[in-house]
Ligand binder design. Structure first.
Ligand code: PBG
Length: 333
């Protein structure tokens, strides 16, 4: 790097000396426009259930959704992401409930689309909320089948598009699914339905609390999701994943988890300069929340700092369970 200044003619502290100049100098400015709110759904009526592993986060039955959706609208959250907690008796080996046009997610999309038009709806494409074993794909003799799974994911995507979802978000990490989904959407006149690809998704322990939120099975076997999600030792491999998904037609790519993987996010953003999102996942949320509850962090400050770090690393937007809280804090500022 070229040397830009020399003490004492250059004093970097001069531009840190007051709030007004810090605001002028700031390279990034987090706003509500950067936030995507994940929402958990549950069957039944009049339910707002606590999630044991995620303090402050709830599962909503459809009739109770307006409490959180009204807030999302009021605080100008641009997009929500829906995750269903499927009833246990509807889960089976092949995740067939994923293709039921009356399943929880389909009913939710229809209902929300009827009542709200200020934010986009993003829905997850993967089989884990529907399979009895908790894997994102079809399990056969201990192996996750790729091409057979993709066929189902294509159908799942078409179904969600039919219901009115705006952004299809495959989070399954099967090879080749983006291209197949794009082709099927185009063929069925869903040209404007976007694809947000979880392009570089790592096999991470940070998803633990989420699996409890959607009651996904913990019987994943010894390799867990490592045969499809990425190894956390790898960085260059993420470039391959992302470049393939862009070529296959992804509109937006996502790197996940968030905070411990900001190096990957930064490299991807700098390499491709493509719309790039990140996900502050459940484990990150719960770690922070627990510390906030213990009084180790001041809630407002730690939320804004962590989300600003995503922006600095190159995220265009962030999925975060703090989305509403952050939007409220930012409005007060
Ligand atoms: C599953 C999916 C997961 C998350 C989003 N979609 C979990 C997993 O891959 O096991 C994790 C989100 C979070 O931890 O907040 N397709």
């Amino acid at each position: 790097m070229k040397i830009l200044g020399k003490f004492p003619s250059t004093r970097l502290r001069r531009v840190r000396n007051s709030d007004w100049v810090r605001r002028l100098i700031s390279e990034n400015n987090l706003s509500a426009n950067d936030l995507i709110l994940p929402i958990f759904l549950t069957e039944g009526k009049n339910k707002k259930e606590k999630i044991k592993t995620m303090p402050g986060i709830y599962r909503y039955s459809l009739d109770k959704l307006s409490s959180i959706l009204d807030e999302a609208e009021k605080f100008k959250i641009p997009m929500i992401a829906l995750f269903p907690n499927t009833s246990n008796h509807k889960r089976d080996h092949n995740g067939s409930e994923a293709l039921n046009e009356n399943n929880l997610i389909c009913r939710a999309i229809k209902l929300i689309k009827k009542k709200y038009n200020k934010f986009g709806i993003m829905t997850d494409v993967a089989l884990d909320p529907y399979t009895s074993h908790g894997h994102d794909g079809l399990l056969h003799k201990g192996k996750i089948l790729n091409d057979e799974t993709v066929k189902i994911l294509v159908k799942q995507s078409l179904l969600q598009a039919q219901m009115g979802c705006d952004v299809i978000a495959p989070s399954d990490m099967m090879d080749g699914r983006i291209g197949k989904i794009r082709k099927a959407l185009d063929k069925n006149n869903f040209k404007n339905v976007q694809i947000l690809s979880y392009a570089a998704k790592y096999a991470s322990n940070f998803y633990g609390p989420f699996r409890n939120a959607i009651s996904a099975s913990n019987n994943l076997g010894p390799n867990k999701k490592k045969s499809y999600q990425m190894d956390y030792n790898n960085n260059n491999e993420a470039l391959k994943e992302v470049s393939m998904d862009i070529k296959e037609g992804a509109d937006i790519i996502l790197i996940k988890p968030g905070m411990p993987y900001l190096d990957v996010l930064n490299k991807i953003k700098n390499t491709f300069n493509y719309p790039t999102f990140s996900y502050q996942v459940s484990g990150e949320y719960s770690m922070l929340m627990k510390s906030i509850e213990e009084g180790y962090f001041k809630k407002e400050d730690i939320i804004i700092e962590t989300l600003s770090c995503f922006k600095r690393a190159g995220a265009d937007a962030i999925l975060t369970y703090f989305a509403l809280e952050a939007a409220k804090i930012l409005r007060q500022k």
